[in-house]
Design a protein around this ligand. Structure first.
Ligand code: NI
Ligand code: MN
Length: 220
């Protein structure tokens, strides 16, 4: 798993899965658009610019499958994305042997000509299940997400202001119960300035918090 920056990750198994590719205009992006090659799936949690980002262009360039909320895939299809997989909260799909479930997120969404709803994803790989929470506040049903899907890796926003902050994300860790937790959506802008090591300290023994800097990777 590679952290590109903000909420953008590349998860690699047999397939290369790109989530929330905010590259252009992202001050923390560790990669440029020229590096976005060999992508099989592009997953987008919601329509805000720091998540939808370059997703449509990358999907078109790579002939990759664009996976998102129904309203957002309709929009992408109109913009020329050929392969789209529309879904909605609670649904599961299989694309290229990858199982993807869309989860709720407590957050708004909008894009040119639409809104839809914000979401998160459970991505089931051969040996791991990754929960990318998208932009969200903490919600008690994260416990249900933990119980049903049992993700061993959770990627959670900690930047506050637009999403959970450290206090709420620490509670989210308890509710979900993943062994590993990777913080995201902090530090990109001064408004999202939070200390991931303070988060790690607060989580303590409840999970192994792995702080990645943009450009860093970890193999599970
Ligand atoms: Ni957002
Ligand atoms: Mn955001």
């Amino acid at each position: 798993m590679e952290y590109i920056g903000h909420s953008c990750f590349i998860i690699e198994d047999d397939k290369r899965i790109l989530i929330d590719p905010f590259i252009t205009g992202n001050p923390s992006a560790s990669k440029g658009m020229d590096d976005m090659k060999g992508i099989d799936l592009v997953l987008v949690t919601h329509g805000h610019g720091d998540h939808l980002g370059d997703a449509m262009e990358i999907a078109i360039d790579n002939d990759a499958t664009f996976v998102a909320m129904y309203e957002l895939t309709n929009f992408a299809a109109k913009k020329g994305v050929k392969k789209v997989e529309p879904m909605n909260i609670g649904g599961t799909i299989h694309v290229d042997d990858v199982e993807i479930t869309m989860t709720n997120a407590l957050h708004s969404s909008d894009f040119e000509g639409g809104a839809g709803h914000a979401a998160g994803f459970i991505v089931s790989l051969k040996d791991h299940k990754v929960y990318h929470a998208g932009d969200t506040g903490v919600f008690y049903d994260m416990k249900l997400i933990g119980q049903i899907y049992k993700p061993d890796i959770s990627i959670l926003p900690i930047g506050s202001r637009f999403t959970m902050g450290i206090r709420e994300a620490t509670k989210a860790v308890e509710l979900i119960g993943s062994e590993y937790v990777v913080p995201m959506h902090f530090g990109t802008y001064p408004a999202l300035d939070q200390d991931p090591y303070e988060f790690k300290k607060k989580v303590g023994e409840k999970a192994k918090v792995i702080v990645l800097k943009p450009g860093e990777s970890i193999t599970f």
